[in-house]
Design a protein around this ligand. Structure first.
Ligand SMILES: NC(=O)c1ccc[n+]([C@@H]2O[C@H](COP(=O)([O-])OP(=O)(O)OC[C@H]3O[C@@H](n4cnc5c(N)ncnc54)[C@H](O)[C@@H]3O)[C@@H](O)[C@H]2O)c1
Length: 246
């Protein structure tokens, strides 16, 4: 533990389970206060109690909900330093011609529009406070090295990486940093089955990862904490992928 995040306040979206829970746990261990923002209330409350975090029910596709998260951070802690945009979704791996409009809208709303809202609502607050800040957006190796079967999910994560870089440049003057973390397929997290399509694909997929396994919540959390703890890193994406993108 570096203690680098001590005294800071972080929002982790989708922190009820999966990678997000690992991120919330790591930030707590590093001394930060954490607000878990998730739209599943029961699991969110349970995880927050377990990790001693705050919980707020929030659908990341709603501007109002983002405003409520910010209000909680300000009222409870008087500051907000880190936003970890982790909540994400996909449709099950399938031929691109079978992707419905509903599938398409869902991945772009949850994966991309959420980040637009986070920045629109929270950047003005950070600018006013004048203490800088750090956004870490959970993208994916899918946004760096796309393969068929998940076209519009892949494109949504490429949009995350690109938007993150643009904002890094734009808000550097305010010392608000923007970076992405790109996990490879998760080891047992919620979306993994959807990416693999069928359980029998798991072995073949793992064989494409030089280090031979998927990303754990701890792998992803370590990268997020590193990015928040360093003050000269902005506009980059870190593959947390055991060499998959090489
Ligand atoms: N699992 C993988 O294989 C993998 C690989 C690369 C990247 N990712 C990315 O990592 C992130 C987390 O994935 P995971 O596998 O841990 O997922 P998960 O399903 O285990 O957890 C996602 C969490 O986000 C919450 N969530 C979903 N939509 C939401 C919304 N609209 N508002 C608020 N909360 C919402 C869910 O309730 C859940 O708690 C996602 O952005 C995903 O795209 C996952």
């Amino acid at each position: 533990m570096s203690g680098k995040l001590s005294g800071k306040v972080a929002i982790v979206t989708g922190g009820a389970g999966g990678f997000g829970k690992g991120i919330a746990q790591k930030f707590k261990e590093e001394g930060a206060e954490v607000i878990i923002a998730d739209f599943v209330e029961e699991a969110g409350q349970k995880t927050s109690t377990e990790l001693k975090c705050e919980f707020v029910k929030c659908n990341v596709t709603s501007r109002q909900d983002w405003e409520a998260v910010l209000k909680l951070a300000d009222e409870k802690f008087g500051r907000l330093d880190y936003v970890i945009n982790n909540a994400g979704t996909t449709y099950r791996n399938k031929p691109t011609g079978e992707v419905t409009e509903e599938d398409f809208d869902k991945v772009f709303n949850v994966n991309v529009k959420s980040i637009y809202y986070s920045a629109n609502v929270i950047v003005p607050y950070m600018q006013k406070k004048g203490n800088g800040g750090s956004f870490v957006n959970i993208a994916s190796t899918a946004g760096l090295r796309p393969r068929g079967g998940l076209t519009w999910y892949n494109a949504s994560k490429a949009a995350v990486i690109n938007g993150t870089k643009s904002m890094a440049v734009e808000y550097a003057k305010d010392k608000i940093r923007f970076n992405s973390v790109c996990p490879v397929v998760g080891l047992g997290t919620g979306l993994t089955d959807f990416f693999l399509g069928k359980p029998e694909n798991e072995k073949t997929f793992m064989a494409t990862i030089p280090l031979g396994r998927g990303s754990t919540p701890k792998d992803v959390a370590n990268a997020c904490a590193f990015l928040c703890g360093e003050d000269f890193l902005t506009g980059i994406e870190i593959p947390v992928d055991g060499g998959r993108c090489v």
